[in-house]
Design a protein around this ligand. Structure first.
Ligand SMILES: Nc1nc2c(c(=O)[nH]1)N[C@H]1C(S)=C(S)[C@@H](COP(=O)(O)O)O[C@H]1N2
Ligand SMILES: [Mo]
Length: 196
């Protein structure tokens, strides 16, 4: 085995295989959001509830990452390039209360939600993504604004995010209510709620 191969292997979590394609996955139809009317609302357990237009969000861009993503259906894609706003920066703006432990993403595709613990948002690679491969996010991959939390299976990376709510207590999201893991760590192979 050559070095490149063994390197790639150590980057792929158990039970995953690498794809060159970029599959498109969601629970139902792909919504198309009017970029001119789009707003992101941030609320819940925070000192400064805020609403942003897309133009305002673009001004806040502070981060670019190249990361591997892992879908629970077993595909992984290596070296995906994203730009956006770090959750660390967003949290500086909205100022979470001490009581905030989780965030819930509410999305434009018919009430889709998922929740993520605050410490996963603060991790180095997490962000609210606005571009993929240097291009504004298209409809298919969650544009104009999606979450990117590459440390967790990709169903935690909510597409078409419209509202972010800071919560005291955790809540199960759409896939999680359907039996997928709420922890969703690909390196621990937490695929189903029975793995938690
Ligand atoms: N709003 C919303 N976000 C979602 C989903 C969804 O159904 N709705 N599916 C998740 C799943 S299961 C995956 S694998 C990724 C797929 O993102 P992609 O289509 O950009 O590959 O989006 C996640 N985010
Ligand atoms: Mo997925």
């Amino acid at each position: 085995m050559n070095n490149a191969n063994s390197n790639e292997k150590s980057r792929v979590p158990p039970g995953q295989h690498v794809t060159e394609r970029f599959p498109v996955l969601q629970k139902g139809r792909i919504p198309s959001i009017d970029r001119g009317k789009y707003t992101l609302q941030i609320m819940g357990e925070i000192e400064n509830p805020m609403t942003f237009t897309l133009e305002e969000l673009k001004q806040l861009k502070d981060k670019e990452v190249i990361v591997d993503i892992h879908c629970v259906t077993s595909w992984s894609k290596l070296d995906t390039k994203w730009e956006g706003i770090s959750f660390i920066k967003l949290m500086e703006l909205v100022n979470p209360k001490k009581t905030a432990n989780y965030v819930e993403f509410l999305c434009a595709d018919g009430g889709f939600t998922t929740t993520v613990p605050l410490e996963k948002l603060s991790s180095a690679n997490s962000m609210l993504a606005l571009t993929y491969d240097r291009l504004s996010l298209g409809d298919k991959h969650g544009g104009p604004v999606r979450a990117l939390i590459p440390d967790l299976y990709f169903y935690k990376s909510a597409k078409w995010v419209e509202t972010i709510t800071f919560l005291k207590e955790d809540r199960l999201g759409y896939w999680e209510r359907g039996g997928y893991s709420n922890k969703a760590d690909p390196w621990k192979e937490q695929r189903y709620s029975t793995d938690d």
